[in-house]
Write a protein that binds this ligand. Structure first.
Ligand SMILES: Nc1nc2c(ncn2[C@@H]2O[C@H](COP(=O)(O)OP(=O)(O)O)[C@@H](O)[C@H]2O)c(=O)[nH]1
Ligand SMILES: [Mg+2]
Length: 308
């Protein structure tokens, strides 16, 4: 597993081509719907890692195998927060049914999105559920949304948090909301109703899935059963309504777009006809996401070279 994940970091041309071929193959062959891809986002300190640890224990006890990809936007694979995540996710222990890996986001989410996208693909071929933990900092919400089937937002029990999400326009992305640390008292209930009223405004955008705000405590286990049920219910909702395939497809397009945008800016993306153009190319070429991204990259390179 670590070898497969390392392959995608290898930038040498031959290795890169081999990696792309492997990823396309995995993508083409992986069972649908396959692993549940769950994103967990929220402000630093909201309790994402602690909550994931609690979920790992509960889901593992049900017989599931799980992988966690912790994406840290502030560091380039330095120690700090990532080490903290390891410490807080103790459930792993020596259990081969649980795999935890950290990656630095500057090179990944919103940076080289390919890394996160490829990692999720590889892990979802092996584990029943893949959990992506990422700090919520504006833009990354839509990035992580395009990586996963279900996005969980973990909030602190504080009005400040709720307000900040609303101001930043972040409420449109998550599918399930959890106000954590309800063991700390009444503030959690207030934050919950604030979030609920914020959601009511954007309700139509979320289609038929009714987004719920749950109150949980990763520390004492309050609300964790309900949270698990909500996460599974969302996944079931997606699978039965056929929106899962559409969401995965949109995720592939988003991956190609962010890879291109990173190198060529939005101008480059426009030259290819924007999101619609890329979606059409994906459909018409029948190519895998990873090799198509590389191919379009080369096309834009050639176009630029021809112009200069
Ligand atoms: N009281 C209380 N503290 C919590 C709870 N969940 C997490 N914490 C604490 O909040 C701090 C941040 O938790 P962490 O999981 O690292 O947050 P992350 O940055 O969102 O991953 C730690 O000190 C945790 O022990 C909870 O349910 N109740
Ligand atoms: Mg964390």
């Amino acid at each position: 597993m670590p070898e497969a994940l390392n392959l995608i970091d290898d930038q040498r041309p031959a290795q890169r081509r081999a990696a792309l071929a492997i990823l396309d193959e995995l993508e083409a062959r992986s069972a649908f719907p396959g692993a549940h891809r769950l994103g967990v986002t929220g402000t630093p300190g909201a309790g994402k890692s602690t909550l994931i640890d609690a979920l790992l224990r509960a889901l593992r006890a049900r017989g599931e195998t799980l992988a966690v990809l912790a994406v840290d936007p502030s560091s380039r694979a330095s120690g700090g927060a990532l080490l903290g995540d390891r410490v807080r996710m103790r459930a792993a222990g020596e259990d081969p049914g649980i795999f935890i890996r950290s990656m630095a986001a500057r090179e990944q989410l919103g940076g080289t999105a390919a890394g996160a996208h490829a990692s999720v693909l590889i892990l979802s071929c092996v584990f029943d559920r893949v959990i992506v933990e990422t700090v919520g900092v504006g833009q990354s919400e839509s990035d992580v949304h395009s990586l996963v089937d279900t996005l969980l937002l973990v909030a602190n029990p504080s009005s400040g948090d709720a307000l900040q999400f609303m101001k930043a326009g972040l409420l449109e992305w998550p599918d399930v909301f959890a106000v954590n640390k309800s063991d700390l008292g009444a503030e959690a209930a207030r934050t919950r109703s604030e979030l609920e009223s914020g959601l009511a405004v954007g309700e139509s955008a979320s289609g038929e899935w009714r987004r719920a705000v749950l109150q949980v405590s990763a520390r004492d286990g309050t609300g964790l059963d309900a949270l698990q049920q909500a996460l599974d219910a969302h996944r079931d909702h997606l699978s039965t309504s056929e929106t899962l395939a559409a969401r995965r497809e949109a995720g592939r397009v988003a991956h190609v777009l962010s890879a291109l945008r990173e190198r060529f800016g939005s101008r480059g993306v426009e030259a290819l006809g924007g999101a619609t153009g890329v979606a059409n190319r994906l459909r018409e070429s029948g190519a895998g996401t990873f090799s198509l991204a590389a191919q379009l990259d080369a096309e834009l390179d050639a176009a630029l070279a021809a112009r200069s």
